[in-house]
Design a protein around this ligand. Structure first.
Ligand SMILES: Cc1cc2nc3c(=O)[nH]c(=O)nc-3n(C[C@H](O)[C@H](O)[C@H](O)COP(=O)(O)O)c2cc1C
Length: 188
């Protein structure tokens, strides 16, 4: 299966990169074609909300000439997309949020007859690391993620929160085990 991992932490060797790395390794070992995209090295602007993209529903059309087409094309061509992010102020990082907002161009007629999406049926998974516990901290990010599958017409393939993260070196075997189990779950 063709899989894209959107790595939304700026820290290339941080907690999220480490956990996403375990997921990538497991998926590759299973024979999947995995493409890990380090979003911070891309030039990505925020959505303008101009809705010009809605005028051409069959294309990934956006009036902004930045790197979003490359990312959205990878998404459209993937059976599974994994969004990986540290928890930043109870949400995802700006790098991931920017991509999510720009997926506005991938669907049309949400809540109306003729609702269609270029990523209909796609599996989507969310991986988050945070310094705090899940309770009273991480719930919101997973709630928002679940809602995103509605306009996308996508399938929620699974969610993983690794909390109480300190430094990548302190991520123990149990975190690795959870990452591997998550990787197995989201493709099955
Ligand atoms: C700007 C900022 C905001 C943060 N907000 C939260 C938060 O709301 N909840 C939490 O548990 N951790 C929060 N953290 C901690 C990070 O989510 C945590 O250390 C994460 O594992 C870092 O991942 P990374 O090493 O991939 O950057 C925040 C860290 C930063 C820098």
């Amino acid at each position: 299966m063709k899989i894209t991992i959107l790595q939304g932490s700026a820290r290339k060797k941080g907690n999220t990169a480490r956990v996403a790395g375990w997921v990538e390794e497991e998926l590759a070992a299973q024979g999947h074609e995995v493409d890990l995209v380090y979003l911070n090295s891309h030039n990505l602007n925020g959505c303008l909300g101009c809705a010009k993209c809605k005028e051409k529903p069959d294309t990934i059309g956006c009036v902004q000439k930045d790197d979003i087409s490359e990312i959205l094309e990878k998404m459209v061509n993937s059976k599974l997309v994994i969004f990986a992010s540290p928890l930043y102020f109870w949400g995802v990082t700006s790098q991931i949020k920017t991509v999510i907002d720009r997926t506005y161009s991938l669907y049309t007629n949400y809540h109306q007859p003729g609702h269609a999406s270029l990523i209909a049926g796609q599996r989507q998974a969310l991986l988050v690391t945070g310094a705090g516990p899940y309770e009273n901290n991480a719930e919101g990010v997973f709630t928002a993620f679940k809602r995103m599958q509605n306009p996308h017409m996508a399938v929620n393939a699974g969610e993983l929160y690794i909390g109480l993260c300190t430094t990548p070196d302190n991520l123990d075997e149990s975190a690795q085990h959870k990452a591997v189990e998550f990787a197995k779950e989201i493709v099955s």
